[in-house]
Design a protein around this ligand. Sequence first.
Ligand SMILES: Nc1ncnc2c1ncn2[C@@H]1O[C@H](COP(=O)(O)OP(=O)(O)O)[C@@H](O)[C@H]1O
Ligand SMILES: O=C(CO)[C@H](O)[C@H](O)COP(=O)(O)O
Length: 561
Amino acid sequence: MLGGDQEPGNYYVGVDVGTGSVRAALVDQRGILLAFADQPINQWEPQFNHHEQSSEDIWAACCVVTKQVVQGIDVNQIRGLGFDATCSLVVLDKQFRPLPVNHEGDAHRNIIMWLDHRAVSQVRRINETKHSVLQFVGGVMSVEMQAPKLLWLKENLRETCWDKAGHFFDLPDFLSWKATGVTARSLCSLVCKWTYSAEKGWDDSFWKMIGLEDFVADNYNKIGNQVLPPGASLGNGLTPEAAKDLGLPAGIAVAASLIDAHAGGLGVIGADVRGYGLACEGQPVTSRLAVICGTSSCHMGISKDPIFVPGVWGPYFSAMVPGFWLNEGGQSVTGKLIDHMVQGHAAFPELQAKATARCQSVYAYLNSHLDLIKKAQPVGFLTVDLHVWPDFHGNRSPLADLTLKGMVTGLKLSQDLDDLAILYLATVQAIAFGTRLIIEAMEAGGHSISTLFLCGGLSKNPLFVQMHADITGMPVVLSQEVESVLVGAAILGACASGDFASVQEAMARMSKVGKVVFPRLEDKSLHQNSFLRTSFQTIPESAETCSTGIINPHPTSAPPA
Ligand SMILES: Nc1ncnc2c1ncn2[C@@H]1O[C@H](COP(=O)(O)OP(=O)(O)O)[C@@H](O)[C@H]1O
Ligand SMILES: O=C(CO)[C@H](O)[C@H](O)COP(=O)(O)O
């Protein structure tokens, strides 16, 4: 439904497909959200570490939310449409029909999700090749990228999937194809997840070396041989069929899309920060780090020249902001980890009942409960002897080790609501320490970061935001629009419409500062001690400590696969 400021003008629709839900927004030229809608999407986990979705379900959800946000407005004012989505792998046959990615042969489940870790053996073999393309993914390919998943399909579902496949899409590119009928891929998805180089294109020798020479023989037809920069206008715009599905006029501009974290980056990183007392004021945009915190967290830092950071993805040219190199650090589970710790605790039913009685979310309740039990001490003091190592789904950055597991030290026999609240706090802190490790690795590689720009579902949690400020020692900027990832998607639509000359111009006009959270420096030594204690309790004996107190469990070499 339409709400807020209703000045006439040009509107854009942004659609954001996250892990757990699809969101859409109607956004104006100033980046203000006039309407918002969301809808959860199905996920299947048929086996441990196998995570699947359905492209038909996702498209249907996109249609529902888009129709909702344009209800009641003159659709002729809508100038452009932009999509972003998780970097999940969509498989279609030669007639564009879904193919099964599972042993059960269920074609409805035709997406291997980004967090799927089935291709462990495949990624180990890919990393053993030490092929030069690996330099551009932080030195180690992640099991969450597309090459190992494709190899898994070839080796495990040859007849039911691989031999019948006509098209392998990254989810953002599937959505833009669905809207326009154009199979061109976005430079963002191909560079970040498929080893494509913005400068050199595909590297035949890589695909031959890993056993996927089929793509070379086919001239990359199935994975993309037409590549467009994010925000470029696709074909003749929205097809009549998709227009009917989405409730939009046929022919409006549709943009080449972005991965969700990258859309979040566009939505926050270009804001005008004058007057907030931030160190990044008057400094190049390269001093800003966008952190997109949803199911996972992604740490997006840009640079004028390529920077190689072991264990941090990239450098990727023009994959987010045109003309800039991107490094992407990440934590595979953050929101999902917090949900897992809280929902799995013995006191969760009590928490749920109490939060419901107060009409609060469980997180708002836990935050106020922590305020009650902390008494006169700083909240961080509550976790002096309880520590979490957050790699429950492996470590994406900077250790790049999918075999790492999670850990909790300092548990007692009691399992009441206080214990749950403190475990929740320790989990949030562990995630913030993970961000600090990533920042320190990026700075050691050559980045110079002074300010964090947070967005995504977890940025709605004030404790999460404050802990990131306190533990990194950096101010955190929150955008005026909480749903900044959708602003990023709308920026794409605005660029495709031709209303802005460049992505940079659209970013500067449409992303805006809402609030700044500064670090509480009085808690700094407490967090430093906690950081060291956590690390020493959890690292293997072979690890060594660097001068900052960061632990490197793999001291002699690049991180293992
Ligand atoms: N208001 C809130 N307070 C605390 N946590 C929140 C809030 N809203 C969302 N979250 C957390 O954010 C995560 C989901 O973020 P979201 O950006 O929607 O994820 P995704 O894009 O991966 O679907 C969940 O773990 C959820 O618990
Ligand atoms: O790898 C990614 C970005 O490069 C994934 O798309 C991302 O980690 C999943 O996003 P979210 O946690 O927001 O659902």
